[in-house]
Design a protein around this ligand. Structure first.
Ligand code: UN1
Length: 483
Protein backbone atom coordinates (compact mmCIF):
# COMPACT_ATOMS: atom_id res chain seq x y z
CA UNK A 1 0.00 0.00 0.00
CA UNK A 2 1.22 3.56 -0.81
CA UNK A 3 1.98 5.53 2.38
CA UNK A 4 -0.60 3.59 4.35
CA UNK A 5 -3.34 4.57 1.92
CA UNK A 6 -6.00 1.89 1.84
CA UNK A 7 -8.06 0.95 -1.18
CA UNK A 8 -10.90 -1.09 -2.63
CA UNK A 9 -10.91 -4.88 -2.94
CA UNK A 10 -11.52 -6.19 -6.45
CA UNK A 11 -11.19 -9.65 -7.98
CA UNK A 12 -9.41 -11.19 -5.01
CA UNK A 13 -6.92 -8.41 -4.21
CA UNK A 14 -6.72 -4.94 -2.71
CA UNK A 15 -6.28 -2.52 -5.60
CA UNK A 16 -2.84 -0.92 -5.92
CA UNK A 17 -3.54 2.84 -5.93
CA UNK A 18 -2.44 4.55 -9.16
CA UNK A 19 -1.62 7.70 -7.27
CA UNK A 20 -4.05 10.03 -9.04
CA UNK A 21 -7.19 9.00 -7.17
CA UNK A 22 -9.08 11.38 -4.93
CA UNK A 23 -8.18 10.72 -1.31
CA UNK A 24 -10.91 10.10 1.23
CA UNK A 25 -10.06 10.96 4.84
CA UNK A 26 -11.97 9.08 7.48
CA UNK A 27 -12.26 11.42 10.48
CA UNK A 28 -13.23 10.55 14.04
CA UNK A 29 -16.49 12.40 14.86
CA UNK A 30 -15.52 12.56 18.56
CA UNK A 31 -12.34 14.43 17.60
CA UNK A 32 -11.97 15.23 13.90
CA UNK A 33 -8.25 15.93 14.37
CA UNK A 34 -7.89 12.15 14.53
CA UNK A 35 -7.64 10.71 10.99
CA UNK A 36 -8.71 7.07 11.28
CA UNK A 37 -7.57 6.08 7.75
CA UNK A 38 -6.98 7.42 4.27
CA UNK A 39 -8.43 5.76 1.20
CA UNK A 40 -7.86 5.99 -2.54
CA UNK A 41 -11.37 6.49 -3.88
CA UNK A 42 -12.81 4.09 -6.43
CA UNK A 43 -14.56 5.46 -9.52
CA UNK A 44 -17.10 4.28 -12.09
CA UNK A 45 -14.40 2.52 -14.11
CA UNK A 46 -13.26 0.42 -11.16
CA UNK A 47 -16.91 -0.35 -10.45
CA UNK A 48 -17.15 -1.86 -13.90
CA UNK A 49 -14.03 -3.97 -13.29
CA UNK A 50 -15.51 -5.22 -10.00
CA UNK A 51 -18.88 -6.11 -11.55
CA UNK A 52 -17.15 -7.93 -14.43
CA UNK A 53 -15.04 -9.90 -11.93
CA UNK A 54 -18.15 -10.82 -9.93
CA UNK A 55 -19.99 -11.79 -13.08
CA UNK A 56 -17.12 -14.03 -14.24
CA UNK A 57 -16.95 -15.72 -10.83
CA UNK A 58 -20.73 -16.19 -10.58
CA UNK A 59 -21.32 -19.54 -12.37
CA UNK A 60 -18.68 -21.46 -10.38
CA UNK A 61 -19.76 -19.90 -7.07
CA UNK A 62 -23.42 -20.68 -7.82
CA UNK A 63 -22.45 -24.33 -8.32
CA UNK A 64 -20.10 -24.48 -5.31
CA UNK A 65 -20.35 -27.10 -2.60
CA UNK A 66 -22.49 -25.84 0.28
CA UNK A 67 -19.90 -27.15 2.73
CA UNK A 68 -17.35 -24.80 1.21
CA UNK A 69 -19.75 -21.88 1.61
CA UNK A 70 -20.53 -22.91 5.19
CA UNK A 71 -16.83 -23.14 6.07
CA UNK A 72 -15.98 -19.77 4.54
CA UNK A 73 -18.84 -18.00 6.34
CA UNK A 74 -17.98 -19.69 9.61
CA UNK A 75 -14.34 -18.61 9.35
CA UNK A 76 -15.38 -15.01 8.73
CA UNK A 77 -17.78 -15.08 11.69
CA UNK A 78 -15.15 -16.61 13.99
CA UNK A 79 -12.52 -14.02 13.18
CA UNK A 80 -14.98 -11.14 13.70
CA UNK A 81 -15.91 -12.53 17.12
CA UNK A 82 -12.28 -13.16 18.10
CA UNK A 83 -11.33 -9.60 17.21
CA UNK A 84 -14.44 -8.02 18.73
CA UNK A 85 -12.67 -5.56 21.05
CA UNK A 86 -10.40 -4.20 18.35
CA UNK A 87 -13.17 -3.99 15.74
CA UNK A 88 -15.53 -2.32 18.23
CA UNK A 89 -12.98 0.37 19.04
CA UNK A 90 -12.39 1.01 15.35
CA UNK A 91 -16.16 1.25 14.80
CA UNK A 92 -16.62 3.62 17.75
CA UNK A 93 -13.73 5.74 16.51
CA UNK A 94 -15.05 6.16 12.98
CA UNK A 95 -18.80 6.31 13.62
CA UNK A 96 -19.12 7.70 17.16
CA UNK A 97 -21.30 5.10 18.86
CA UNK A 98 -19.99 4.17 22.29
CA UNK A 99 -17.79 1.08 22.65
CA UNK A 100 -20.47 -0.84 24.58
CA UNK A 101 -22.86 -0.48 21.63
CA UNK A 102 -20.10 -1.08 19.12
CA UNK A 103 -19.29 -4.39 20.82
CA UNK A 104 -22.93 -5.42 20.45
CA UNK A 105 -22.82 -4.50 16.80
CA UNK A 106 -19.61 -6.43 16.12
CA UNK A 107 -21.07 -9.49 17.85
CA UNK A 108 -24.17 -9.20 15.73
CA UNK A 109 -22.03 -9.10 12.59
CA UNK A 110 -20.02 -12.17 13.62
CA UNK A 111 -23.14 -14.10 14.53
CA UNK A 112 -24.85 -13.22 11.25
CA UNK A 113 -21.99 -14.88 9.38
CA UNK A 114 -22.25 -17.91 11.66
CA UNK A 115 -26.02 -18.09 11.17
CA UNK A 116 -25.64 -18.13 7.39
CA UNK A 117 -22.85 -20.71 7.64
CA UNK A 118 -25.54 -23.05 8.97
CA UNK A 119 -28.16 -21.76 6.56
CA UNK A 120 -25.97 -22.79 3.61
CA UNK A 121 -26.60 -26.42 4.59
CA UNK A 122 -30.39 -26.21 5.01
CA UNK A 123 -32.81 -27.87 2.62
CA UNK A 124 -34.07 -25.38 0.11
CA UNK A 125 -36.46 -27.19 -2.22
CA UNK A 126 -39.79 -29.01 -2.17
CA UNK A 127 -41.24 -31.96 -3.99
CA UNK A 128 -44.88 -32.12 -5.14
CA UNK A 129 -47.15 -34.69 -6.76
CA UNK A 130 -48.49 -33.33 -10.00
CA UNK A 131 -52.19 -33.14 -10.79
CA UNK A 132 -51.22 -35.08 -13.91
CA UNK A 133 -50.53 -38.83 -13.59
CA UNK A 134 -46.90 -39.92 -13.87
CA UNK A 135 -45.56 -36.42 -13.42
CA UNK A 136 -43.53 -35.17 -10.48
CA UNK A 137 -42.63 -31.60 -9.64
CA UNK A 138 -39.85 -30.08 -7.64
CA UNK A 139 -39.03 -26.53 -6.68
CA UNK A 140 -35.48 -25.44 -6.09
CA UNK A 141 -33.70 -22.24 -5.18
CA UNK A 142 -31.05 -20.69 -7.38
CA UNK A 143 -28.74 -17.78 -6.76
CA UNK A 144 -29.76 -14.47 -8.28
CA UNK A 145 -26.28 -13.73 -9.66
CA UNK A 146 -24.35 -10.55 -8.89
CA UNK A 147 -25.72 -8.55 -5.98
CA UNK A 148 -24.90 -4.88 -5.39
CA UNK A 149 -24.88 -4.00 -1.69
CA UNK A 150 -25.04 -0.38 -0.57
CA UNK A 151 -24.85 0.16 3.19
CA UNK A 152 -25.31 3.20 5.47
CA UNK A 153 -22.97 4.83 7.98
CA UNK A 154 -24.92 4.12 11.16
CA UNK A 155 -24.16 0.39 11.38
CA UNK A 156 -20.71 0.15 9.78
CA UNK A 157 -20.29 -3.61 10.27
CA UNK A 158 -23.63 -5.21 11.21
CA UNK A 159 -25.62 -4.07 8.17
CA UNK A 160 -22.85 -5.05 5.70
CA UNK A 161 -22.69 -8.43 7.50
CA UNK A 162 -26.41 -9.09 7.38
CA UNK A 163 -26.47 -8.38 3.65
CA UNK A 164 -23.13 -9.93 2.56
CA UNK A 165 -23.48 -13.16 4.57
CA UNK A 166 -26.83 -14.26 3.07
CA UNK A 167 -25.77 -13.13 -0.42
CA UNK A 168 -22.70 -15.41 -0.30
CA UNK A 169 -24.54 -18.18 1.54
CA UNK A 170 -27.08 -18.60 -1.26
CA UNK A 171 -24.39 -18.64 -3.97
CA UNK A 172 -24.36 -15.02 -5.16
CA UNK A 173 -21.35 -12.85 -5.93
CA UNK A 174 -21.13 -9.46 -4.24
CA UNK A 175 -20.05 -5.94 -5.07
CA UNK A 176 -20.27 -4.01 -1.82
CA UNK A 177 -20.19 -0.23 -1.45
CA UNK A 178 -20.05 1.00 2.16
CA UNK A 179 -20.96 4.56 3.14
CA UNK A 180 -18.03 6.90 2.70
CA UNK A 181 -18.31 8.10 6.31
CA UNK A 182 -17.38 4.65 7.65
CA UNK A 183 -14.92 2.93 5.29
CA UNK A 184 -12.59 1.56 7.98
CA UNK A 185 -14.91 -1.09 9.43
CA UNK A 186 -15.83 -2.10 5.88
CA UNK A 187 -12.16 -2.36 4.96
CA UNK A 188 -11.48 -4.50 8.05
CA UNK A 189 -14.38 -6.75 7.09
CA UNK A 190 -13.10 -7.04 3.51
CA UNK A 191 -9.64 -7.91 4.82
CA UNK A 192 -11.14 -10.71 6.92
CA UNK A 193 -13.19 -11.92 3.96
CA UNK A 194 -10.07 -11.80 1.73
CA UNK A 195 -8.47 -14.53 3.86
CA UNK A 196 -11.54 -16.75 4.19
CA UNK A 197 -10.99 -19.01 1.17
CA UNK A 198 -13.43 -17.37 -1.25
CA UNK A 199 -12.51 -17.67 -4.95
CA UNK A 200 -11.37 -14.40 -6.57
CA UNK A 201 -14.22 -12.19 -7.78
CA UNK A 202 -16.90 -13.64 -5.50
CA UNK A 203 -16.61 -10.70 -3.11
CA UNK A 204 -15.59 -7.17 -4.07
CA UNK A 205 -15.66 -3.94 -2.11
CA UNK A 206 -15.56 -0.41 -3.53
CA UNK A 207 -14.79 2.59 -1.37
CA UNK A 208 -16.07 5.58 -3.28
CA UNK A 209 -18.84 8.15 -3.64
CA UNK A 210 -22.48 7.30 -4.18
CA UNK A 211 -22.80 9.65 -7.14
CA UNK A 212 -20.15 7.77 -9.18
CA UNK A 213 -19.60 4.29 -7.68
CA UNK A 214 -23.08 3.79 -6.24
CA UNK A 215 -24.70 5.11 -9.39
CA UNK A 216 -22.59 2.90 -11.70
CA UNK A 217 -23.31 -0.10 -9.49
CA UNK A 218 -27.08 0.27 -9.51
CA UNK A 219 -27.20 0.91 -13.26
CA UNK A 220 -24.85 -1.91 -14.29
CA UNK A 221 -26.71 -4.44 -16.45
CA UNK A 222 -24.75 -7.31 -14.90
CA UNK A 223 -25.92 -6.47 -11.37
CA UNK A 224 -29.09 -8.54 -10.99
CA UNK A 225 -30.10 -7.39 -7.51
CA UNK A 226 -29.52 -4.40 -5.25
CA UNK A 227 -29.83 -4.41 -1.48
CA UNK A 228 -29.76 -0.93 0.01
CA UNK A 229 -30.12 0.60 3.46
CA UNK A 230 -30.12 4.38 3.72
CA UNK A 231 -32.27 7.42 3.18
CA UNK A 232 -35.75 7.31 1.71
CA UNK A 233 -34.75 9.78 -0.98
CA UNK A 234 -31.88 7.62 -2.27
CA UNK A 235 -34.03 4.52 -1.86
CA UNK A 236 -36.66 5.96 -4.17
CA UNK A 237 -34.03 6.75 -6.82
CA UNK A 238 -32.61 3.24 -6.61
CA UNK A 239 -36.08 1.70 -6.86
CA UNK A 240 -36.86 3.69 -10.00
CA UNK A 241 -33.60 2.67 -11.68
CA UNK A 242 -33.92 -0.97 -10.61
CA UNK A 243 -37.50 -1.28 -11.80
CA UNK A 244 -36.66 0.27 -15.15
CA UNK A 245 -34.06 -2.37 -15.86
CA UNK A 246 -35.99 -5.07 -13.96
CA UNK A 247 -33.35 -5.74 -11.34
CA UNK A 248 -34.38 -7.07 -7.97
CA UNK A 249 -34.41 -4.52 -5.19
CA UNK A 250 -34.53 -4.59 -1.40
CA UNK A 251 -34.68 -1.24 0.38
CA UNK A 252 -34.48 -0.39 4.06
CA UNK A 253 -35.10 3.30 4.57
CA UNK A 254 -36.40 5.67 7.18
CA UNK A 255 -38.56 5.46 10.22
CA UNK A 256 -40.49 7.74 12.55
CA UNK A 257 -41.15 5.11 15.13
CA UNK A 258 -43.76 5.62 17.84
CA UNK A 259 -43.42 4.45 21.42
CA UNK A 260 -46.68 4.42 23.37
CA UNK A 261 -46.60 4.67 27.15
CA UNK A 262 -49.91 3.76 28.78
CA UNK A 263 -51.17 4.73 32.23
CA UNK A 264 -50.67 1.16 33.47
CA UNK A 265 -46.99 1.03 32.40
CA UNK A 266 -44.24 0.16 34.83
CA UNK A 267 -42.67 3.60 35.12
CA UNK A 268 -39.07 2.39 35.36
CA UNK A 269 -39.46 0.12 32.34
CA UNK A 270 -41.06 2.96 30.40
CA UNK A 271 -38.17 5.32 31.23
CA UNK A 272 -35.48 2.79 30.30
CA UNK A 273 -37.21 1.85 27.06
CA UNK A 274 -37.76 5.49 26.09
CA UNK A 275 -34.21 6.62 26.86
CA UNK A 276 -32.58 3.68 25.13
CA UNK A 277 -34.79 3.69 22.07
CA UNK A 278 -34.68 7.44 21.56
CA UNK A 279 -31.18 8.52 22.46
CA UNK A 280 -28.80 5.58 22.39
CA UNK A 281 -26.58 5.49 19.31
CA UNK A 282 -27.21 9.28 19.36
CA UNK A 283 -30.68 8.59 17.93
CA UNK A 284 -29.04 7.62 14.64
CA UNK A 285 -31.02 4.47 13.96
CA UNK A 286 -33.89 4.00 11.56
CA UNK A 287 -35.50 2.04 14.40
CA UNK A 288 -35.10 4.84 16.99
CA UNK A 289 -38.25 5.95 18.83
CA UNK A 290 -38.61 9.56 17.85
CA UNK A 291 -42.27 9.94 18.84
CA UNK A 292 -43.36 9.26 22.39
CA UNK A 293 -47.11 9.00 22.75
CA UNK A 294 -48.12 9.14 26.40
CA UNK A 295 -51.56 8.80 27.99
CA UNK A 296 -52.60 11.59 30.31
CA UNK A 297 -52.71 9.69 33.64
CA UNK A 298 -49.01 8.84 33.66
CA UNK A 299 -47.94 11.90 31.65
CA UNK A 300 -46.95 14.35 34.46
CA UNK A 301 -44.79 11.92 36.43
CA UNK A 302 -43.36 10.19 33.37
CA UNK A 303 -42.38 13.43 31.68
CA UNK A 304 -40.82 14.89 34.84
CA UNK A 305 -38.68 11.78 35.28
CA UNK A 306 -37.85 11.63 31.57
CA UNK A 307 -36.50 15.17 31.66
CA UNK A 308 -34.32 14.22 34.65
CA UNK A 309 -33.04 11.10 32.93
CA UNK A 310 -32.36 12.95 29.66
CA UNK A 311 -30.43 15.69 31.49
CA UNK A 312 -28.32 13.05 33.25
CA UNK A 313 -27.08 11.48 30.00
CA UNK A 314 -23.37 12.06 29.56
CA UNK A 315 -22.47 13.18 26.06
CA UNK A 316 -18.82 12.68 25.14
CA UNK A 317 -16.07 10.87 23.32
CA UNK A 318 -17.24 7.48 22.04
CA UNK A 319 -14.08 5.82 23.35
CA UNK A 320 -14.55 7.11 26.91
CA UNK A 321 -16.22 4.37 29.02
CA UNK A 322 -18.08 7.06 31.03
CA UNK A 323 -19.93 8.27 27.92
CA UNK A 324 -23.61 7.40 27.43
CA UNK A 325 -24.02 9.13 24.07
CA UNK A 326 -21.32 9.78 21.51
CA UNK A 327 -21.19 12.56 18.94
CA UNK A 328 -23.39 13.10 15.91
CA UNK A 329 -21.70 11.47 12.92
CA UNK A 330 -20.58 14.66 11.14
CA UNK A 331 -21.10 18.39 10.84
CA UNK A 332 -23.72 18.03 8.12
CA UNK A 333 -25.93 15.76 10.23
CA UNK A 334 -25.45 18.06 13.23
CA UNK A 335 -26.71 20.98 11.13
CA UNK A 336 -29.77 18.91 10.13
CA UNK A 337 -30.47 18.14 13.80
CA UNK A 338 -30.08 21.79 14.81
CA UNK A 339 -32.35 22.90 11.96
CA UNK A 340 -35.06 20.56 13.23
CA UNK A 341 -34.62 21.87 16.77
CA UNK A 342 -35.07 25.43 15.46
CA UNK A 343 -38.11 24.30 13.46
CA UNK A 344 -39.64 22.69 16.57
CA UNK A 345 -39.22 25.93 18.52
CA UNK A 346 -40.60 28.00 15.65
CA UNK A 347 -43.66 25.76 15.44
CA UNK A 348 -44.35 26.28 19.13
CA UNK A 349 -43.16 23.08 20.79
CA UNK A 350 -41.58 23.42 24.24
CA UNK A 351 -37.94 22.38 24.48
CA UNK A 352 -37.89 20.82 27.96
CA UNK A 353 -34.16 20.16 27.90
CA UNK A 354 -31.11 19.83 25.66
CA UNK A 355 -30.85 20.83 22.03
CA UNK A 356 -27.62 22.81 22.41
CA UNK A 357 -24.46 22.12 20.53
CA UNK A 358 -21.65 21.23 22.94
CA UNK A 359 -18.31 22.75 22.12
CA UNK A 360 -15.36 20.60 23.17
CA UNK A 361 -11.65 20.79 22.59
CA UNK A 362 -10.94 18.86 19.41
CA UNK A 363 -14.12 20.00 17.69
CA UNK A 364 -16.29 16.86 17.96
CA UNK A 365 -19.87 17.09 16.69
CA UNK A 366 -21.63 16.98 20.05
CA UNK A 367 -25.30 17.68 20.64
CA UNK A 368 -27.23 17.57 23.93
CA UNK A 369 -30.19 15.19 23.55
CA UNK A 370 -33.29 17.31 22.94
CA UNK A 371 -36.70 16.64 24.43
CA UNK A 372 -39.74 18.46 23.05
CA UNK A 373 -43.08 18.67 24.88
CA UNK A 374 -46.40 20.15 23.74
CA UNK A 375 -45.81 18.67 20.33
CA UNK A 376 -48.67 18.73 17.82
CA UNK A 377 -49.08 15.98 15.24
CA UNK A 378 -48.68 18.35 12.31
CA UNK A 379 -45.26 19.64 13.40
CA UNK A 380 -42.24 18.71 11.28
CA UNK A 381 -40.32 17.38 14.29
CA UNK A 382 -43.15 14.90 14.81
CA UNK A 383 -43.62 13.88 11.18
CA UNK A 384 -40.18 13.80 9.53
CA UNK A 385 -37.27 11.51 10.26
CA UNK A 386 -34.52 13.55 11.93
CA UNK A 387 -31.94 10.80 12.56
CA UNK A 388 -30.56 12.47 15.66
CA UNK A 389 -31.12 12.69 19.44
CA UNK A 390 -34.34 14.69 19.17
CA UNK A 391 -37.49 13.32 20.78
CA UNK A 392 -41.06 14.62 20.52
CA UNK A 393 -43.68 13.85 23.16
CA UNK A 394 -47.38 13.86 22.37
CA UNK A 395 -50.05 13.70 25.09
CA UNK A 396 -53.19 11.65 24.37
CA UNK A 397 -56.24 10.65 26.39
CA UNK A 398 -56.32 6.88 26.05
CA UNK A 399 -55.08 3.78 24.22
CA UNK A 400 -57.39 4.29 21.23
CA UNK A 401 -56.05 7.79 20.67
CA UNK A 402 -52.50 6.53 21.17
CA UNK A 403 -52.90 3.82 18.53
CA UNK A 404 -54.40 6.29 16.05
CA UNK A 405 -51.51 8.70 16.67
CA UNK A 406 -48.94 5.92 16.29
CA UNK A 407 -50.42 4.96 12.93
CA UNK A 408 -50.47 8.53 11.64
CA UNK A 409 -47.16 8.40 9.75
CA UNK A 410 -45.89 7.73 6.23
CA UNK A 411 -43.40 5.24 7.73
CA UNK A 412 -43.92 1.79 9.26
CA UNK A 413 -40.73 0.22 10.50
CA UNK A 414 -40.93 -0.36 14.24
CA UNK A 415 -43.53 0.52 16.88
CA UNK A 416 -43.48 0.01 20.63
CA UNK A 417 -45.81 0.00 23.59
CA UNK A 418 -45.11 -0.01 27.32
CA UNK A 419 -48.00 -1.51 29.25
CA UNK A 420 -48.74 -4.15 31.87
CA UNK A 421 -52.05 -4.95 30.19
CA UNK A 422 -52.17 -8.15 28.18
CA UNK A 423 -55.24 -6.87 26.41
CA UNK A 424 -53.55 -3.72 25.07
CA UNK A 425 -50.30 -5.56 24.30
CA UNK A 426 -52.16 -8.13 22.22
CA UNK A 427 -54.32 -5.52 20.51
CA UNK A 428 -51.27 -3.45 19.59
CA UNK A 429 -49.34 -6.42 18.19
CA UNK A 430 -52.32 -7.24 16.01
CA UNK A 431 -53.26 -3.74 14.90
CA UNK A 432 -50.03 -1.81 14.54
CA UNK A 433 -49.13 -1.63 10.86
CA UNK A 434 -45.38 -1.47 11.54
CA UNK A 435 -43.16 -4.29 10.34
CA UNK A 436 -41.76 -4.83 13.85
CA UNK A 437 -43.69 -4.43 17.09
CA UNK A 438 -42.09 -4.24 20.53
CA UNK A 439 -43.88 -4.72 23.85
CA UNK A 440 -42.02 -3.37 26.89
CA UNK A 441 -38.86 -3.16 24.77
CA UNK A 442 -37.17 -0.36 22.86
CA UNK A 443 -38.16 0.07 19.20
CA UNK A 444 -34.47 -0.23 18.29
CA UNK A 445 -32.09 -3.11 18.91
CA UNK A 446 -33.13 -6.22 17.06
CA UNK A 447 -32.04 -9.87 16.94
CA UNK A 448 -29.95 -11.17 14.05
CA UNK A 449 -31.81 -14.40 13.29
CA UNK A 450 -35.35 -13.16 12.59
CA UNK A 451 -36.84 -11.03 9.80
CA UNK A 452 -36.09 -7.32 9.79
CA UNK A 453 -38.11 -4.76 7.88
CA UNK A 454 -41.08 -2.47 7.71
CA UNK A 455 -43.91 -1.19 5.58
CA UNK A 456 -44.95 1.92 3.62
CA UNK A 457 -42.10 4.45 3.33
CA UNK A 458 -39.74 2.40 5.50
CA UNK A 459 -39.04 -0.70 3.44
CA UNK A 460 -39.56 -2.08 -0.02
CA UNK A 461 -39.02 -5.63 -1.16
CA UNK A 462 -38.53 -8.84 0.82
CA UNK A 463 -37.39 -8.88 4.44
CA UNK A 464 -33.75 -9.01 5.50
CA UNK A 465 -32.12 -11.34 8.04
CA UNK A 466 -32.82 -14.85 9.24
CA UNK A 467 -34.30 -17.53 7.04
CA UNK A 468 -36.43 -14.92 5.28
CA UNK A 469 -33.34 -13.47 3.55
CA UNK A 470 -33.64 -16.43 1.17
CA UNK A 471 -36.58 -14.71 -0.54
CA UNK A 472 -34.42 -11.91 -1.81
CA UNK A 473 -31.14 -13.71 -2.42
CA UNK A 474 -32.55 -16.66 -4.39
CA UNK A 475 -34.97 -17.22 -7.22
CA UNK A 476 -37.34 -20.14 -7.38
CA UNK A 477 -37.32 -22.71 -10.16
CA UNK A 478 -40.16 -25.20 -10.69
CA UNK A 479 -39.19 -28.38 -12.58
CA UNK A 480 -41.65 -30.92 -13.97
CA UNK A 481 -40.68 -34.47 -14.90
CA UNK A 482 -42.62 -37.29 -16.47
CA UNK A 483 -41.51 -40.79 -15.50
C1 UN1 B 1 -31.40 -2.07 15.26
O1 UN1 B 1 -32.16 -1.22 15.71
O2 UN1 B 1 -30.92 -2.95 15.98
O3 UN1 B 1 -30.33 1.60 9.76
C2 UN1 B 1 -31.04 -2.17 13.84
C3 UN1 B 1 -30.91 1.20 10.77
C4 UN1 B 1 -31.55 -0.17 10.71
C5 UN1 B 1 -30.93 -1.13 11.63
C6 UN1 B 1 -31.42 -0.98 13.01
N1 UN1 B 1 -31.52 -0.67 9.36
O4 UN1 B 1 -30.94 1.89 11.77
Amino acid sequence: MNDGIKSSFVNGAFVEPRGDEQILENLNPSDPRDVVDRFARADAQLTDVAVEAASTAAPAWAASNPQLRADVLDRIGSEILQRREELARLLAREEGKVVREALGEVDRAGRSFKFYAQEALRASGEKYDSVRPGVSIETSRQPVGVVGIISPWNFPIAIPAWKIAPALCFGNCVVFKPAELVPSSAWALAEIISRSGLPAGVFNMLIGPGRSVGDALMRHPKVQAISFTGSEQTGRQIAAIAVERMARVQLEMGGKNPLIVLDDADLEVALDVAIQGSFFSTGQRCTASSRLIVTEGIYPEFVARLVERTRALRVGDALDPATDIGPVVDEKQLEVDLDYIRAGLAEGAILACGGERLVREGGGHYLEPALFLDVKPEMRIYREEIFGPVLSVLKVRNYEEALAAAEDTPFGLSAGIVTTSLKYAEHFKRNSSAGMVMVNLPTAGVDYHVPFGGNRGSSYGPREQGTHAREFFTKVKTSYQSS
